[in-house]
Design a protein around this ligand. Structure first.
Ligand code: FAD
Length: 460
């Protein structure tokens, strides 16, 4: 074994996977996981842990994998995270835990994400029991939203003995994990549902189809239903648009709507009635992970998929792995291009997109070089579906219906400190609702910190 080289993980062939919604990465087998775990140096001062927002004992679980004690490895991770099979698949490990692995200085960092995924999957396949909690204390806590922040907060509070209810607006729990991230990166019925079920097995109650701010308000939950504290993990699901002519035409979607139709409403599956444009030529405007998910979904639905991004490849905000996978699957990168108008026919259907070519100037406030339009470079792209993937912000419904809850200019709920305490007594918030669109693991970190603070506050 070459200690400096990472054990390769199998992936579906790009040509085949571009035609299906099965997972791209097939994950390690037991032998491969043990071999990869055996490369770990088990550092005395593990830097990988310092870069994990929920501080998982990474060398601890990897040591168990190395010794083939897989159930023990599951239990180590479960102390810190309820979502190992999710995080093993979607966390940006290359900029977190793996970026600090000593082996990465001269060779390949340990594949911490792939090992975490292996352990999470082992736990599901072998039904490892993780339902241990402290005795119930009967104190009620409400959690708004069942994304990673809400699930984490609810799970940690249930473990500490609280009577927790999650109120979720949609018909299925998981937040972006079920409606946003596509099946080919994160399988829903196996991986996400299992990890949500694990949280429910801790005693957490889940009420779906409840829109807090419409069906019930936070004030009502606290005053009439005896909830002693509330955690708001309602995410940032409100899409942004460019404000250019033609954005109201048939065939223009926000990335959120397009992905929700496909992931949550199963538009790609036979027998499901959700309409979705399969479009011959689809342009996705934006260069982040959500844009890559959208364009790769469009390709799988049979389209020629284009990424239209106003900067160059080195400024693409998406993870390098996502860009690489998208290119392998045949996505066309139209870089240094900016849309200025979407064109429609007399029936209001998209028939093209007018764009302008860009060049890069001096760095702007974000530190990235500013894109500047090149005069006289206008051209028309021949497309019939346009997906806007320009970012999202929190929905203002909860702040608008909750007296005393402050928000900032970006419509994010203001947390007074890192516990997520808001301007309203006994109400905490975290995840994308506070930070704006971020990552799964940062949302989990916020859920954990709030759970700890709620426990300290209520057990005084
Ligand atoms: C397409 C896409 C791909 C992504 N890929 C990655 C990735 O690869 N890696 C990564 O780390 N991050 C990724 N992210 C970001 C990540 O998913 C989010 O940062 C994370 O899910 C935020 O968690 P959250 O709990 O704050 O909110 P969410 O996951 O958004 O969950 C919020 C939940 O609250 C519910 N809700 C909202 N309002 C109400 C209300 N009024 N009443 C009741 N319920 C309500 C929503 O229905 C939702 O279920 C991606 C995001 C998107 C959109």
């Amino acid at each position: 074994m070459d200690r400096m080289k990472r054990v390769k993980v199998e992936e579906q062939d790009p040509k085949i996977r571009a035609t299906n919604f099965e997972e791209v990465c097939l994950g390690y087998t037991q032998d491969e996981a043990v071999e990869e775990a055996s490369r770990c140096l088990n550092c005395k001062k593990p830097m990988c842990v310092s870069k994990c927002p929920v501080a998982i004992d990474i060398p601890g679980f990897i040591k168990h994998v190395k010794n083939k004690e897989f159930s023990e490895a599951v239990k180590v991770i479960a102390k810190y995270s309820a979502l190992p099979a999710v995080c093993g698949r979607v966390c940006p490990q290359e900029t977190q835990c793996e970026s600090k692995c000593i082996l990465g200085i001269k060779g390949d960092a340990i594949a911490i994400g792939k090992l975490e995924r292996f352990v999470g999957d082992y736990s599901r396949v072998h039904n490892v029991d993780l339902s241990e909690t402290k005795p119930k204390n009967g104190i009620k806590v409400a959690v708004v939203g069942s994304g990673p922040s809400g699930l984490t907060c609810a799970g940690d509070l249930a473990k500490a003995g609280y009577d927790v209810t999650i109120f979720e607006a949609l018909h299925e729990a998981g937040g972006v994990l079920v409606y946003g991230i596509p099946e080919f990166r994160l399988p829903k019925e196996t991986v996400v549902r299992h990890e949500v079920e694990n949280v429910k097995k801790l005693g957490v109650k889940l009420e779906t189809n409840v829109i807090v701010g419409r069906t019930v308000t936070i004030n009502k939950l606290m005053e009439d239903e005896d909830f002693k504290a509330v955690f708001i993990g309602s995410g940032a699901g409100l899409p942004m648009f460019m404000g250019i002519p033609g954005e109201n035409l048939n065939g223009v979607f926000s990335a959120n709507e397009y992905l929700t139709r496909n992931n949550l409403m199963k538009a790609y599956k036979e027998g499901y009635q959700t309409p979705i444009r399969t479009g011959e030529k689809v342009a996705v405007v934006g260069g982040g992970n959500v844009a890559m998910d959208s364009v790769r979904t469009a390709v799988r639905l049979g389209a020629e998929g284009h990424i239209v991004y106003r900067r160059s490849e080195s400024e693409l905000p998406a993870r390098a792995e996502e860009v690489h996978h998208a290119k392998e699957e045949g996505v066309i990168m139209d870089l240094l291009v900016n849309p200025i108008e979407i064109l429609g026919d007399e029936k209001g259907n998209v028939i093209g997109m007018k764009c302008v070519r860009m060049q890069l100037g001096e760095p702007d406030a974000s530190g990235r070089r500013r894109p500047i339009a090149i005069e006289g470079s206008e051209f028309t792209m021949d497309v019939n579906t346009v997906i806007m993937s320009l970012g999202t912000s929190p929905n203002p419904l909860i702040p608008l219906t909750t007296e005393g809850l402050s928000i900032n200019k970006r419509k994010c709920i203001i947390a007074e400190d890192e516990t997520g305490l808001t301007s309203k007594k006994n109400v905490y918030a975290g995840g994308d609702a506070v930070s704006g669109a971020a990552t799964v693991i940062l949302a989990m970190e916020a859920g954990k910190k709030a759970a700890k603070a709620i426990d300290e506050m209520l057990s005084k």
